[in-house]
Design a protein around this ligand. Sequence first.
Ligand code: 3PG
Ligand code: MG
Length: 399
Amino acid sequence: MSIRTLDDLLAEGVSSRRVLVRADLNVPLDKQTGAITDDGRIRAVLPTLGALVEAGAKVVVCSHLGRPKGAPDPQFSLGPVAGRLGELLGAPVHFATDTVGDSARSTVADLADGQVALLENLRFNAGETSKDEAERGAFADQLAAFGDAYVDDAFGAVHRKHASVFDVPARLPHVAGRLVLREVEVLSKLTGDPERPYVVVLGGSKVSDKLAVIEALLPTVDRLLIGGGMCFTFLKAQGLEVGTSLLEKDMVDTCRNLLERSGGKIMLPVDVVVADAFAPDAAHDTVRVDGIPSHRLGLDVGPETVAGFSAALSQAKTIFWNGPMGVFEMPAFAAGTRGIAEAITKADAFSVVGGGDSAAAVRALGLDESSFGHISTGGGASLEYLEGKTLPGIAALEN
Ligand code: 3PG
Ligand code: MG
């Protein structure tokens, strides 16, 4: 793999040059107030941006936020992110109110050496995510015109074949930023020869989202612990009743087949917290998995499950965790996720937290980030990396 890095670019000298940086500033926003609820992804690109500012580059940052449909949509504006980025950099960030229009052109043209601009949401333009090469290419041409060099530091988006990720690097000298390098370095340890036992914890709501990674990991891991909403489809596959819990009916056979093939590596919950409704104040109890009442739904794993999973984790030398164990945003259903996170921090293991949600859970629960080996900024990207897929954004940097 021959990828040029930010250090290579810095060694060439970037003073007075325009450097286009693709970042993943897709941060969670509060639904009511629009405030940024977790700025982890903004912090994660500071090393790259700081180095470019220091070296006197004109830094043009671009990103997506959410999934607007190819046209401007104020609820997905990067405006608030520009403010926060400026606070963290300690210098104002010049915000362009469009991506490749008049505002972007004049904002970029007016940048002084060592200044930073942020363009409006890439996905306000249909060309960014288009499946049509020509449409993507035309948008990539417009973006590429803002840079003399391109830095990809958007690890969370490297699995997307989008204009800013895949087509722009074909048009400009391109390098990997510090975050992308670090992520790839860490995740390659997991796909290479991880120290054993290698224990993976998967949660989150849908089996269908995790199927490919489960398939890819089963031969490699020593234990696969499954919690979160998706555990109910597995429990159903074992012939248990799951009440009104989340259930993917069309995945039950697949789960049964995975359990049969897993050679006993898959561990499922033995108890769960069931509630009357999906609400923070819903009445709830802990029950055995063979005693889930027909009118109640499971919203977290129970204490015996946490104890069993924690025992498996305490033996591990390598751990990968993706996906919360329950609805951790509601305090009544956060104990499972907290318990597993704590067990991971206590294990004498190299631990990687993958996924926007699990990373946000670590911070929302007030856990010490430094007690994990690595907290990935990529959700889908880290899973696809572990699946061994070719990632368009990484492939585009290789040459
Ligand atoms: C993410 O949040 O996983 C990344 O920012 C990619 O976003 P996407 O799934 O909308 O492409
Ligand atoms: Mg996503």
